[in-house]
Design a protein. Structure first.
Length: 541
């Protein structure tokens, strides 16, 4: 079993293999296109369908395309039902009506006849397919291509019927993917799935260019408020009423609190019960006299707007009432944006928020939730520590690492066709420039905001000089020259008449007491290295 995220840093050259065959949306095999890369077909809900798995698949596909676009092509088979009909772009190759048995049969035929399809990747949630699962299982049985199934939900203690269904699905697959260690353990112990068939690939998180919280609050007319938020497609299982019942206690100590409920009601909920749950929440707001402390953002937000709302959030609340909810995409978005999180104990939260990366509270416990919110709001340093710990730990779960883990699995399954070629990202010096003043490069930042109070060090400026010299040698970018000059001037500033360097200077450019009780040998050595490297490049200027 794969234990978490892959960190395979290989860059493998393509060997010029020929991959024949592409199948069009319209059906049968068309003209053979030599040199076409092998194809990974996603079977999943997909935007513009408003669904958490659709968003997940979009993010995963984008990450795979960015990092391995020269290795394989990625196409979509969009899942729809009799009430779900959406316009799609050309990346959607097939559309499957999940209520129609003939559609499953025809899709299997098309996939089997398409020589270019290498692997079929299926995002699985029982609610996405036919009610009994018979059409879906027959479809899997008919496929002749390698299959990978991603289980978004794994229920513990299954009855014999559910165990039989899952076992049949797994028997047809080359690999299954789950997103938590808990889900993997349930598959092995409760369903008797072989360990070597399971890969754990965490739900992806976004690399966010963090913006200034107060500026974002001003943009959304929320200045002066402490913001609690939750988001996602609204349904009764979200447990939002728990927060509403906690708010009167929170407001006593924090009268400037505002709770944002971000997201529209889930389309399937609308179909079966309309806005019954949202209306109940709104009635509770009135009954508890919370009109000045609760705001409904009743829309399916574009990604950029959503990330901005989360970045202005002071505490993110995840109050799901389902103890078997394996993973939550909304939870992952909040981590990406550096939100301190208070969550009920779903498996995803218990795994991710351990080691002081967040706070876990019991299900349906407004008093405990209120105490946790008050505790976090009272302790700014604790919030900063949680944010820092969570952001550091989430590096392993970025969409880029999720894409890498998927790609390595694809290569393992079909090594005859798939040879990984990693697309190296371009060098980005924006953060270095942001950290650099006319005196030197600042020592630390808070996430990505320069912290001038941390001052400057010789060690950091020597590193920056080496890095920018190397960048200039690679790119001949004239914008590097002023930065190189700045770091060189800082090193001169640190040089003492006795021939050694001091390391620490404060924000006012004065040398600090740290220079007298800290070993400066490493910093002195790195300064000499940087100066030598600069001299070696004099022929380029």
């Amino acid at each position: 079993m794969t234990n978490g995220i892959y960190f395979d840093k290989r860059i493998v050259e393509m060997k010029g293999k020929l991959f024949p065959g592409l199948t069009s949306k319209k059906g049968n095999r068309t003209t053979i296109k030599p040199h076409a890369p092998p194809e990974i077909l996603f079977i999943t809900s997909y935007p513009p369908r408003e669904c958490g798995i659709a968003t997940y698949s979009y993010d995963l596909k984008k990450a795979l395309q960015n990092k391995f676009g020269q290795t394989f092509s990625l196409k979509i088979c969009a899942l729809e039902s009799e009430i779900e009909n959406h316009p799609y772009t050309d990346e959607v190759k097939y559309i499957l009506n999940t209520a129609n048995a003939q559609n499953y049969y025809e899709l299997a035929q098309h996939i089997n006849d398409d020589d270019n399809i290498s692997i079929v990747l299926i995002q699985h949630e029982f609610g996405l397919f036919d009610r009994d699962g018979n059409y879906f299982q027959s479809f899997l049985n008919k496929l002749t291509k390698p299959i990978v199934v991603v289980f978004h939900t794994v229920l513990p203690k299954p009855d014999e019927s559910l165990k039989f269904k899952i076992s049949n699905i797994v028997d047809t697959c080359n690999a299954v993917i789950v997103m938590t260690n808990n889900s993997a353990q349930i598959l092995m112990h409760d369903y008797k799935i072989p360990q070597d068939k399971i890969s754990i690939i965490s739900h992806g998180t976004h690399l966010v260019k963090h913006l200034n919280k107060e500026s974002l609050k001003e943009k959304f007319n929320l200045s002066g408020r402490k913001i609690l938020s939750t988001f996602g497609l609204i349904s009764g299982g979200k447990g939002i009423e728990t927060t509403l019942e906690a708010l009167p206690y929170i407001i006593k100590k924090n009268p400037n609190i505002l709770f944002l409920i971000i997201g529209k009601t889930h389309p399937s909920v609308i179909k079966h019960e309309g806005e019954k749950y949202r209306n109940m929440l709104m009635q509770k707001v009135v009954a508890l006299q919370l009109q000045d402390h609760v705001k409904f953002v009743n829309t399916y937000l574009p990604l950029q707007d959503l990330l901005e709302y989360l970045q202005l959030t002071d505490i993110y609340l995840f109050t799901s009432r389902d103890p078997h909810q394996a993973v939550s995409g909304t939870f992952s978005y909040a981590i990406s944006c550096g939100c301190p999180i208070i969550s009920t104990p779903i498996p995803h939260a218990c795994e991710v928020l351990g080691d002081d990366k967040g706070i876990i509270v019991d299900f349906d416990n407004p008093k405990q939730l209120a105490e946790a919110v008050d505790h976090l709001l009272d302790d700014e340093q604790l919030r900063k520590n949680i944010i820092s710990s969570a952001l550091q730990s989430m590096a392993a779960t970025t969409w880029e690492n999720s894409a890498l883990a998927h790609a390595v699995l694809f290569e393992k399954i079909d090594a005859n066709k798939i040879v990984l070629q990693y697309t190296i990202p371009s060098i980005n010096t924006d953060h270095i420039k942001k950290l650099t003043t006319d005196f030197g490069i600042i020592q630390f930042s808070n996430i990505n905001q320069p912290d001038i109070n941390s001052g400057y060090t010789l060690d950091d400026n020597a590193r920056a000089l080496i890095a920018l010299c190397h960048h200039y040698a690679l790119t001949n970018d004239d914008e590097d020259i002023p930065l190189i000059q700045t770091y060189f001037n800082f090193i001169k500033h640190c040089l003492q008449t006795e021939g050694y360097f001091l390391n620490y200077a404060d924000e006012k450019r004065n040398f600090t007491e740290q220079n007298h009780n800290t070993n400066l040998a490493d910093a002195n050595g790195r300064a000499i290295w940087a100066l030598g490297y600069l001299i070696s490049m004099s022929h380029l200027v």
